[in-house]
Design a protein around this ligand. Structure first.
Ligand code: SF4
Length: 480
């Protein structure tokens, strides 16, 4: 925390990569099955999304409206959060504030214990993945069961999610069948890899748990400040059972998930399903306000680095994100490496900007470089987050931090300084270009020698052109 009591970037939970992105991506690229699974799945979702987005003549206006609503919310976040707290409390709910992952986990564990439960059911929640809640519950002797089908596959496979919306996107049907046969108690040994049979096996397994669970833990896609209403968008109906059957419901939600009014929510009801699953409307939209009779409702509002992100005028638009995952599905880097390479619960282009901001760039220094800056993520984003510009901003922070940490300039910094000096002197620059052209005749290399070899480790060294632009300009009689 700062001396003013404002939470700084967080370093706890599943936001930090144990390995650098290049190291993890190198391994992922060697897995042909993973690349096939990802290629098939992202191509299918991309095509569905393109179809339903094209149906709306006012798509660009909806994007602009979504961005404006989120920016207005973030500009007055303190007021809207207080309004939400008042509304939830007035309707019988209890609001808890958590500065970081540890505080949020402690709060949830205490609430589960107070309910006398040692088992909870969960509906998909990125926030609880972010804070490593399942691990904290396990440490306290509480079993957490994921009820979203994809999350269940990940949990039973002792795996980690690799996509925001389709956490088991890296698994195919036969792998899922093997996981169910190995891990799911009471499953039919004759289970096939037919999607209907797999869904039925999961349904039978989960139904027993829903009926006995005393406590449910959920995330939230949105909270409407003026009404104190929370919303979950989902496809399977498991969320609705989690939200309604157990006697105690605990919702963990990032503080940026607010919209001020019902009218604002209407924009996202159109853009989120289209951007995420490629549907006009998601099959289940559950909304609840406060607690119903005989049940308890607790809302845990999570900061965990969001206030620090909000304080950065260049980086704060990452908090507009509605976790639709459209940017992942169009990203050529994500499509080849998958989500695990990012080492954070938030993978893909949004993860490459959000994770370093939530943790501080020093804890995720390679993620801002996990992009070709092609701009496809910006075009796909339903709240128009300019991810490429933010990546460049974060890269500059990483470079500045490195410069401060090193008293002697790195080889890259020395080369850049030399290039800047030369480019500022036209004669020297012309001589340099001519020398580079002459090197064509000396030797053709695909890699540079040390210390420059790091630059060519992942790039081919291009052949210098036969003719420079200056020479061409002169030859064509251009004005000097
Ligand atoms: S950054 Fe945009 S496209 Fe990516 S998940 Fe967030 S809202 Fe969706």
């Amino acid at each position: 925390m700062t001396f003013l009591g404002i939470p700084t970037a967080s370093s706890t939970g599943h936001l930090r990569a144990p390995r650098t992105f290049p190291e993890a991506a190198h391994d992922a690229l060697g897995n042909a099955q993973l690349r096939r699974n990802l290629g098939d799945a992202t191509a299918t979702i991309r095509a569905k999304r393109a179809g339903v987005v094209a149906e709306l003549p006012d798509w660009e206006q909806l994007r602009a409206a979504g961005a404006a609503i989120k920016d207005e919310t973030l500009a007055h976040l303190d007021e809207y959060l207080i309004q939400l707290e008042e509304q939830v409390t007035e309707r019988g709910g209890v609001v808890h504030w958590a500065r970081d992952a540890d505080e949020a986990n402690r709060t949830v564990v205490e609430l589960v214990r107070a309910a006398g439960a040692d088992e909870v059911v969960k509906v998909k929640s990125m926030a609880t993945q972010e804070i490593a809640l399942n691990e904290a519950l396990a440490d306290a002797g509480i079993t957490a069961l994921e009820t979203d089908l994809a999350e269940l596959i990940v949990q039973l496979g002792h795996d980690a999610p690799s996509h925001i919306l389709v956490p088991a996107i890296h698994r195919n049907r036969s792998e899922i069948r093997e996981i169910f046969l190995r891990e799911m108690a009471g499953v039919d040994p004759a289970l096939t890899d037919d999607p209907r049979a797999l869904a039925e096996a999961a349904r039978t397994y989960l139904r027993r748990k829903f009926l006995s669970a005393q406590v449910a833990i959920s995330g939230a896609n949105f909270a409407v400040a003026e009404a104190g209403t929370l919303c979950v968008f989902e496809s399977e109906g498991n969320g609705r059972m989690c939200l309604t059957l157990p006697r105690t419901l605990i919702t963990v939600m990032g503080i940026e998930k607010l919209v001020p009014t019902w009218r604002d929510l209407e924009v996202f009801l159109q853009t989120l399903p289209r951007s995420s699953t490629g549907e006009r409307m998601n099959p289940y939209t559950s909304m609840w306000t406060g607690a119903t009779e005989g049940q308890q409702f607790h809302l845990v509002l999570l900061d965990n680095g969001r206030t620090a992100t909000l304080a950065d005028p260049h980086g704060r638009s990452a908090l507009r994100c509605i976790r639709c995952s459209a940017c992942l599905n169009v990203c050529p880097v994500y499509e080849r490496t998958g989500g695990h390479a990012y080492g954070s619960v938030y993978p893909g282009p949004i993860g490459a900007v959000l994770s370093p901001q939530l943790t501080g760039v020093e804890h995720n220094p390679t993620l801002p470089f996990a992009s070709s800056l092609c701009g496809a993520c910006f075009d796909a984003c339903p709240v128009a987050i300019d991810i490429p510009s933010m990546l460049i901003h974060l890269r500059a922070q990483v470079v500045d931090a490195k410069r401060e940490a090193h008293h002697t300039p790195t080889p890259e910094a020395a080369i850049m300084a030399a290039a800047a000096w030369t480019m500022n002197r036209p004669r020297w620059w012309a001589r340099g270009l001519r020398a580079a052209r002459l090197s064509r005749f000396v030797r053709r290399r695909r890699a540079l020698p040390p210390p420059l070899s790091a630059w060519t480790a992942s790039r081919d060294l291009p052949d210098p052109p036969r003719e420079t632009l200056r020479d061409w300009w002169q030859r064509e009689g251009g004005v000097q």
